[in-house]
Design a protein around this ligand. Structure first.
Ligand SMILES: [Zn+2]
Length: 133
Protein backbone atom coordinates (compact mmCIF):
# COMPACT_ATOMS: atom_id res chain seq x y z
CA UNK A 1 0.00 0.00 0.00
CA UNK A 2 1.44 3.34 -1.10
CA UNK A 3 -0.12 6.61 0.02
CA UNK A 4 -0.44 9.35 -2.58
CA UNK A 5 -1.61 12.93 -2.35
CA UNK A 6 -4.09 13.50 -5.15
CA UNK A 7 -5.63 16.64 -6.64
CA UNK A 8 -8.50 17.05 -9.07
CA UNK A 9 -9.00 19.81 -11.67
CA UNK A 10 -11.32 21.62 -9.24
CA UNK A 11 -8.57 21.78 -6.65
CA UNK A 12 -9.88 19.19 -4.19
CA UNK A 13 -6.99 17.48 -2.45
CA UNK A 14 -7.07 14.15 -0.70
CA UNK A 15 -4.91 11.18 0.17
CA UNK A 16 -5.45 7.67 -1.16
CA UNK A 17 -3.70 4.36 -0.71
CA UNK A 18 -2.90 2.41 -3.88
CA UNK A 19 -1.70 -1.18 -4.01
CA UNK A 20 0.90 -0.36 -6.65
CA UNK A 21 2.45 2.71 -8.25
CA UNK A 22 1.05 1.45 -11.58
CA UNK A 23 -2.55 1.54 -10.38
CA UNK A 24 -4.88 4.18 -11.80
CA UNK A 25 -5.59 7.16 -9.57
CA UNK A 26 -9.00 6.99 -7.91
CA UNK A 27 -11.49 9.65 -9.00
CA UNK A 28 -12.25 12.60 -6.78
CA UNK A 29 -15.52 12.54 -4.82
CA UNK A 30 -16.73 15.26 -7.25
CA UNK A 31 -16.19 12.75 -10.09
CA UNK A 32 -13.23 14.50 -11.75
CA UNK A 33 -10.02 12.72 -12.68
CA UNK A 34 -7.08 13.24 -10.35
CA UNK A 35 -3.35 13.66 -10.62
CA UNK A 36 -0.65 12.90 -8.09
CA UNK A 37 1.06 15.76 -6.32
CA UNK A 38 4.31 15.57 -4.40
CA UNK A 39 3.61 14.75 -0.77
CA UNK A 40 3.59 17.84 1.38
CA UNK A 41 5.98 18.12 4.27
CA UNK A 42 4.19 17.20 7.46
CA UNK A 43 5.26 19.41 10.31
CA UNK A 44 3.49 17.79 13.23
CA UNK A 45 4.69 14.21 13.00
CA UNK A 46 3.54 11.71 10.44
CA UNK A 47 0.26 9.86 10.19
CA UNK A 48 0.60 6.17 10.95
CA UNK A 49 -2.02 3.95 9.39
CA UNK A 50 -0.82 0.94 11.36
CA UNK A 51 -0.74 -2.54 9.93
CA UNK A 52 -3.23 -3.59 7.28
CA UNK A 53 -5.66 -6.50 7.32
CA UNK A 54 -3.31 -8.39 4.99
CA UNK A 55 -0.66 -8.34 7.72
CA UNK A 56 -2.99 -9.89 10.28
CA UNK A 57 -1.92 -13.45 11.18
CA UNK A 58 -4.10 -16.19 9.70
CA UNK A 59 -2.61 -19.21 11.44
CA UNK A 60 -2.59 -20.62 14.95
CA UNK A 61 1.17 -20.29 14.95
CA UNK A 62 0.81 -16.66 13.81
CA UNK A 63 -0.97 -15.81 17.07
CA UNK A 64 1.50 -17.91 19.09
CA UNK A 65 -0.95 -20.75 19.86
CA UNK A 66 -3.65 -18.30 20.88
CA UNK A 67 -1.57 -16.38 23.42
CA UNK A 68 -4.03 -13.95 25.08
CA UNK A 69 -1.69 -10.95 24.86
CA UNK A 70 -1.05 -11.55 21.14
CA UNK A 71 -4.77 -12.02 20.41
CA UNK A 72 -5.67 -8.92 22.46
CA UNK A 73 -2.96 -6.89 20.74
CA UNK A 74 -4.15 -7.85 17.26
CA UNK A 75 -7.77 -7.25 18.22
CA UNK A 76 -6.92 -3.76 19.49
CA UNK A 77 -4.86 -2.96 16.40
CA UNK A 78 -7.46 -4.25 13.91
CA UNK A 79 -10.28 -2.43 15.73
CA UNK A 80 -8.30 0.77 15.33
CA UNK A 81 -7.69 -0.08 11.67
CA UNK A 82 -11.39 -0.73 11.10
CA UNK A 83 -12.28 2.72 12.46
CA UNK A 84 -9.62 4.29 10.26
CA UNK A 85 -10.98 2.46 7.19
CA UNK A 86 -14.51 3.63 7.98
CA UNK A 87 -13.22 7.19 7.97
CA UNK A 88 -10.92 6.68 4.95
CA UNK A 89 -12.48 3.92 2.78
CA UNK A 90 -9.63 4.25 0.25
CA UNK A 91 -7.32 2.59 2.80
CA UNK A 92 -9.49 -0.52 2.94
CA UNK A 93 -8.39 -1.54 -0.54
CA UNK A 94 -10.28 -4.02 -2.69
CA UNK A 95 -12.47 -6.05 -0.34
CA UNK A 96 -14.39 -7.96 -3.03
CA UNK A 97 -14.22 -11.75 -2.62
CA UNK A 98 -11.34 -13.46 -4.42
CA UNK A 99 -12.67 -16.09 -6.83
CA UNK A 100 -9.37 -17.46 -8.09
CA UNK A 101 -5.79 -16.85 -7.03
CA UNK A 102 -3.91 -19.85 -8.34
CA UNK A 103 -2.34 -20.80 -11.65
CA UNK A 104 -2.88 -18.04 -14.20
CA UNK A 105 -4.32 -15.75 -11.51
CA UNK A 106 -1.40 -16.06 -9.11
CA UNK A 107 -0.08 -12.56 -9.78
CA UNK A 108 -3.47 -10.84 -10.15
CA UNK A 109 -6.28 -12.56 -8.28
CA UNK A 110 -9.65 -12.77 -9.99
CA UNK A 111 -12.25 -10.96 -7.89
CA UNK A 112 -16.04 -10.95 -7.96
CA UNK A 113 -17.24 -8.36 -10.48
CA UNK A 114 -14.06 -8.34 -12.56
CA UNK A 115 -14.58 -8.41 -16.33
CA UNK A 116 -13.76 -12.06 -16.99
CA UNK A 117 -12.43 -11.81 -20.58
CA UNK A 118 -10.03 -9.01 -19.63
CA UNK A 119 -8.74 -10.78 -16.54
CA UNK A 120 -8.18 -14.05 -18.41
CA UNK A 121 -6.34 -12.19 -21.18
CA UNK A 122 -4.17 -10.39 -18.62
CA UNK A 123 -3.40 -13.61 -16.77
CA UNK A 124 -2.71 -15.57 -19.94
CA UNK A 125 -0.93 -13.07 -22.17
CA UNK A 126 0.23 -10.51 -19.63
CA UNK A 127 -1.48 -7.69 -21.52
CA UNK A 128 -2.84 -4.77 -19.57
CA UNK A 129 -5.06 -3.56 -22.41
CA UNK A 130 -8.77 -3.64 -21.70
CA UNK A 131 -10.72 -6.10 -23.85
CA UNK A 132 -13.32 -4.42 -26.03
CA UNK A 133 -16.06 -7.02 -25.90
ZN1 LIG B 1 -12.87 17.23 -7.02
Amino acid sequence: MILYDLKCADGHRFEAGLASMFDDNPRCRCGAETSRVPASVRQLGTADTGRSREEMPTTWRGIQQGHPDVVRGWHREMSRREKLEEKHPELAGDRRPVLAHEGAFEGRPLRAGDPLATKVAQATFGTTKEATA
